[in-house]
Ligand binder design. Sequence first.
Ligand SMILES: *Cc1c(COP(=O)(O)O)cnc(C)c1O
Length: 404
Amino acid sequence: MYETSRDALRERALVLDAADRLADKRKLFALDEGVYLDGNSLGALPLHVPARVQDVLTRQWGELRIRSWDESGWWTAPERIGDRIAPLVGAAAGQIVVSDSTSVNVFKAVVAAGRLAGEGRDEILVDATTFPTDGYIAASAARLTGHRIVPLAPADVPAALGPRTAAVLLNHVDYRAGRLHDLPGLTAAVHAAGAVVVWDLCHSAGALPVGLDEHRVDLAVGCTYKYLNGGPGSPAYLYVAERHQAAFDSPLPGWNSHAEPFAMTPEYTPAEGSVRGRVGTPDIVSMLALEAALDVWDGVAVEDVRAKSLALTDFFLECVEAYAPAGRVTSLTPVTHAERGSQVALRCAGAEPVMRRLIERGVVGDLRRTDVLRFGFTPLYTGFADAERAAAVLAEVLAGTPEA
Ligand SMILES: *Cc1c(COP(=O)(O)O)cnc(C)c1O
């Protein structure tokens, strides 16, 4: 029974992989014979990146030294690389700057959103199911600016909006269950209430279309080391819609965001455009590793990435259903495509030893305490045979691991 269903699903995987338009991209990445399903935490290394970083170190820094700020394009890297990310999130050029960590950009965006919203609006609505850092930062930002934090589920946002709402901080995709929230609908609702929305794109950029300009998002932040494969700790980005740039009032007005940074004046005059989101000297080595890593997106349509991501997660869920011992795992992943990100989350009693054994056998996902097995699907380098194999190994591990 199991053998026949396994043969049939393996066969399907081969057919799907053969028809995959993104299949060629896989060879651009450093992967081993295992199945890497943690690209939603740390994307895999594109193979050409080390040589590019070597050049940054030995030639640009080692030989050109200070001249590289100009001659190697270091000074303008944050905006240049922001423009490379822009098409992946549906933004026209000139609105994204690469800078700092996501946490720091959440701070800039939440404070700036409160300032854009103006007088008399004293509430900041925050996704209560968010990745913790966003909530911590928003709470501290609110303490500084005198706003009140209202934690709530994204679905409850429309009912909570009102004349007191200044800003709303939301995740596009929930990091735990992988639920995709309704960015167009929620953005429109926030605007109808006269408030400003900040979207966190950490789990959506590089995995699915975002449409920042199309949906008139105000501000957005995101990291680059997950689906964008920028490397550990690669700098994050901040999107400020063009219509808000002139009024964007950063709470961290460093010299890098000054209109004339080298004038070294005591008065702060903010630069025009996305430069205004910068703070201090950028982390050039990491930034240029990210720039090189973005080459893998050349010729890729985000719609193809999305189609493959949904097909992969559907197929993985089907294989898990067919192979896993009955009742051992329950999917938290939304069945509806419109509500699904690019990961599968499985609730599993005693998840910790299960994930440990999976990793020992080369199937790398991660654990969200206490009982969630999380598997990220990165369409550029994960195939259908990988998904089938991961499900088969999971079933074997479950069969050999007593229920907790
Ligand atoms: C990964 C992630 C972060 C990470 O923030 P850092 O400042 O880069 O550590 C923040 N928010 C969300 C929603 C994330 O998924």
